[in-house]
Design a protein around this ligand. Structure first.
Ligand SMILES: Cc1ncc(COP(=O)(O)O)c(C=O)c1O
Length: 198
């Protein structure tokens, strides 16, 4: 249901990209918390064999349980909130503590369609650390004048990491939200971002 509602984003992105660039993107990427914005975007491209789909999870501050919320990277089969999917869990099968600099990505599971798409190799999943995300947040703000939500900045971080090796290819990123909601937290915690200059 969420995928279908959000799919308008994927359909519009596909149409606008075709109009602006004249071809489909080589890569389409979105951050993944519970998975809604990514699923909506992917829905517009799911039948396009030549488009590679990427979901970007929060790697937080490290790989230990509790330091990240990278469910697709570190999770295992589990049931939470009434659905079976991949889950970060403790030995008793209870949801594990999670962390991300982006509060909207702090979730120890992911919508089951993502687990399915990973299992059939249709979507590639990656994880971006808090540090890489903050670097991307400041870079997009400074160089493009676009303040991304901290959640969305995870996808930007992935793109900044891989783009140098993708010369001649196009990447379409979902900016799932504006960073206005995060700016007070960012300013209070990271100041002008001197530690995250490119
Ligand atoms: C701006 C923004 N993007 C992404 C997300 C992550 O959710 P989802 O993966 O379900 O799209 C959130 C969650 O609150 C959000 O606020």
């Amino acid at each position: 249901m969420v995928r279908d509602y959000q799919s308008i984003v994927g359909m519009e992105a596909r149409g606008q990209f075709l109009d602006m660039v004249g071809s489909l993107p080589d890569h389409v990427a979105a951050c993944v918390g519970g998975g809604c914005n990514a699923m909506g975007l992917f829905a517009g491209f799911i039948d396009d064999e030549d488009v590679t789909l990427h979901g970007v999870e929060p790697h937080g501050t490290g790989e230990e349980l509790g330091q990240h919320a990278a469910t697709m990277t570190y999770g295992s089969d589990g049931t939470m909130h009434g659905f079976k999917s991949v889950m970060l869990q403790d030995d008793a099968g209870e949801p594990a503590p999670v962390h991300s600099v982006a509060s909207g990505l702090d979730y120890p599971s992911v919508g089951p369609e993502h687990a399915f798409l990973k299992s059939i190799g249709k979507v590639n999943y990656h994880a971006a650390s808090d540090d890489a995300t903050m670097k991307a947040f400041y870079a997009l703000s400074r160089y493009e004048g676009i303040i991304p939500a901290l959640e969305s900045a995870h996808a930007v971080a992935w793109a900044m990491d891989v783009a140098p090796d993708m010369k001649g290819q196009s990447i379409l990123l979902n900016l799932s939200g504006r960073g206005d909601k995060d700016i007070d937290y960012v300013a209070a915690t990271f100041g002008h971002g001197e530690d995250y200059a490119l």
